[in-house]
Design a protein around this ligand. Structure first.
Ligand SMILES: Nc1ncnc2c1ncn2[C@@H]1O[C@H](COP(=O)(O)OP(=O)(O)OP(=O)(O)O)[C@@H](O)[C@H]1O
Ligand SMILES: [Mg+2]
Length: 351
């Protein structure tokens, strides 16, 4: 029986690519495309340790749970902070997607931040294995993003990818299928949310949750003055009285709150350009910077990056999906792309 199934899977090529992001996890099934895109959140019953929900269902619980339930993000700053939770999450996501397309120890390609340590890599690999993967392949996130954007990464020319995610901003220059320079800073969308929380705490003495902060960022966040100042009502908890309180914030103050975070990202791009060999900089001048990741959608961010670097900035078509799409394409054409995979036990940058 088992061997019958095994044969069947071999024929149908049971292979998946995963963009294991701090904020969102996307799964691409070979031959099908992206089949899952859910928040990287897990809800656990603290008494029993049982996982109650993952993904959207768990995100709805985040910050709203009673004492007995813990809803949290098992990854922070692009790396795994809770190994067991990531395992559960991957397992649930994989079984959710694969059961419809035959669940049987798939070959799994996972996109990881380029600056992960050897220990973090092992944690990702182990998670995927214990989630039922028969073979785990790894690729650096910016390389997957580049392939997803449609860049010909074999070309002997420099391409700069800037991916602003939830936990990390990855800045990589890719040429001849390899990463020539890469900078990974643990500053991205989450830090923007944090800056908003901090601002509201300092100026209104009100505490708002992470989800509220994210909503504010998406609705009225900006880096250049908007034509008309926008306002938004938000609810939080008065830090003095402890009572619920509704306040109004506007797009001008949110811009000021976000500025330091946005400039940390822009400064990192400038530093990366300084470290890039001149020949490749010339290519980047010709082609422009490729901007991807959910965090790059902050209003005006692309324009500010253009202004600050004096380079053209290409906003990619699928900023949130391109890593998963690229990882999927690598799976589809594994022979062509095998050389871009992270080799097991190879020397991985640690910093
Ligand atoms: N319109 C928007 N404006 C600003 N930020 C946004 C917008 N839409 C999504 N985001 C932010 O994008 C971030 C998530 O991006 P993405 O899905 O690329 O991250 P990720 O891949 O999960 O994280 P990482 O790559 O760091 O592990 C979140 O911080 C989210 O709030
Ligand atoms: Mg990402």
């Amino acid at each position: 029986m088992l061997s019958f199934f095994k044969r069947l899977f071999r024929v149908w090529g049971n292979e998946v690519a995963v963009d294991l992001g701090t904020a969102y996890t996307l799964i691409y099934v070979k031959g099908q495309g992206i089949v899952l895109n859910e928040p990287s959140v897990v809800a656990v019953d603290q008494a029993t340790g049982k996982v109650l929900a993952v993904g959207y269902e768990a995100k709805r619980m985040l910050g709203k749970t009673h004492k007995g339930i813990l809803a949290k993000r098992p990854m922070k700053d692009g790396v795994i902070t809770d190994f067991e939770m990531v395992q559960e999450m991957l397992y649930t996501f994989l079984s959710k997607t694969i059961s419809k397309h035959l669940w049987a120890n798939p070959r799994t390609l996972i996109a990881v931040p380029s600056a992960v340590t050897e220990v973090e890599l092992r944690a990702v690999r182990d998670s995927a294995e214990s989630a039922g993967s028969r073979e785990v392949l790894l690729v650096a996130e910016p390389v997957a993003a580049a392939v997803g954007i449609g860049i010909d990464i074999d070309e002997p020319a420099g391409h700069m990818i800037v991916d602003v995610g939830g936990g990390t901003t990855e800045i990589a220059v890719i040429s001849l299928s390899g990463i020539v320079t890469d900078t990974s800073i643990r500053v991205a969308g989450d830090e923007m949310d944090e800056a908003i929380i901090q601002f509201i705490r300092d100026h209104y003495r009100v505490e708002v949750g992470q989800q509220t902060a994210e909503q504010i960022k998406i609705e009225i966040g900006n880096v250049f003055p908007l034509e008309e100042t926008r306002r938004m009502e938000v609810r939080g908890r008065d830090l003095v009285s402890g009572a619920p309180k509704t306040i109004e914030v506007n797009s001008d103050e949110i811009r000021e709150a976000l500025k330091p975070v946005v400039y940390q990202i822009i400064d990192a791009v400038k530093r990366a350009l300084e470290r890039t060999p001149p020949e490749l900089v010339a290519d980047i001048i010709d082609r422009g910077i490729y901007l991807s990741g959910g965090g790059s959608q902050l209003r005006g961010f692309a324009a500010l990056l253009r202004e600050e670097t004096n380079l053209a900035v290409n906003v990619v078509e699928n900023p949130v999906e391109c890593v998963a799409l690229g990882a999927g394409k690598i799976l589809e054409e594994i022979d062509r792309y095998r050389k871009v995979l992270i080799q097991p036990r190879s020397q991985v940058t640690t910093r």
